[in-house]
Write a protein that binds this ligand. Structure first.
Ligand code: MG
Length: 264
């Protein structure tokens, strides 16, 4: 057993039940926000709607007030909204979305002590065929993980298949940001990368029933390297300013596969 595995908290059926409730709320907020995915909407409007729905359900938005030692201020919104070349951790604002844009919305909540976390990239009106392929392949990489995860499988096997799915089509897999264990805390052990290389061998782990993981491929049209967009050190953009997409589900490993906790 690796060091990483020993720190992974397996959840009881009762805990997974609570995570299913938190995840169901995340899914329903995503459905509502998707209605705003049209030209002229703003990510600030999406954030406001999400905050209202989360609080109306008696839950807490996970990202609001998160501290990042590198950043100038705590995260100021309920959702992350990352537009076009922004990859993750975008701050919602009043810029109207335009036909052909994409916006990655990441939503996390805590409900009755347990967390749910999911992201999806929304197309604003009709997008170019290349951008549509970006969205499709990112979603497909997450689907590969959902199909391939099962007890006794090592994460590296799943991550290798996700990476292959993306790279064989000429897209890039972001390395600097990865998925994570989830439960009582938004970020628990282990780290869940969307690629595999030799440097990750020591932190590889075996999937076991009761593990709850947020799997979240971040994919780029161009090179996968990222940097902070500006001095606030929150919004992450691609270095080459190519566009990016992000799909995420919170998943529970079952006896023979996975259950999607944030599914529709
Ligand atoms: Mg997330």
């Amino acid at each position: 057993m690796s060091v990483a595995t020993s720190k992974i908290v397996l959840k009881s059926p009762r805990e997974i039940e609570l995570m299913r409730a938190a995840g169901g709320l995340v899914a329903s907020v995503h459905r509502e926000i998707a209605q705003l995915a049209k030209p002229g909407s703003t990510t600030a409007e999406m954030n406001e709607l999400a905050g209202q729905l989360i609080r109306d359900a008696g839950a807490t938005p996970l990202f609001l007030g998160v501290r990042n030692p590198q950043a100038r201020f705590p995260f100021p919104a309920c959702v992350c909204a990352s537009v076009n070349d922004e990859v993750v951790h975008g701050i919602p604002d009043d810029r109207p979305l335009r036909e052909g844009d994409v916006v990655s919305i990441d939503i996390g909540v805590r409900l009755n002590g347990y967390c749910g976390d999911a992201a999806r990239t929304l197309a604003i009106g009709s997008v170019s065929s290349r951008v549509q392929r970006l969205l499709d392949v990112t979603r497909e990489a997450l689907d590969v993980a959902i199909e391939e995860m099962r007890p006794q499988r090592r994460w590296s096997e799943v991550a290798t298949l996700m990476q292959r799915c993306v790279e064989r089509r000429g897209f890039g897999v972001v390395r600097e940001f990865v998925g994570h264990g989830i439960g009582v805390e938004m970020h628990e052990e282990p780290k869940v990368p969307n690629y595999f290389d030799r440097a990750l061998r020591k932190s590889d782990f075996e999937l076991l029933p009761g593990m709850t993981l947020a799997v979240e491929p971040m994919v780029t049209v161009g090179r996968p390297d990222v940097e902070f967009k500006n001095a606030d050190r929150w919004t992450v953009v691609t270095k080459d300013r190519s566009w990016a997409a992000h799909f995420e589900h919170s998943l529970a490993v079952t006896e023979n596969g996975v259950e999607i906790l944030t599914g529709d």
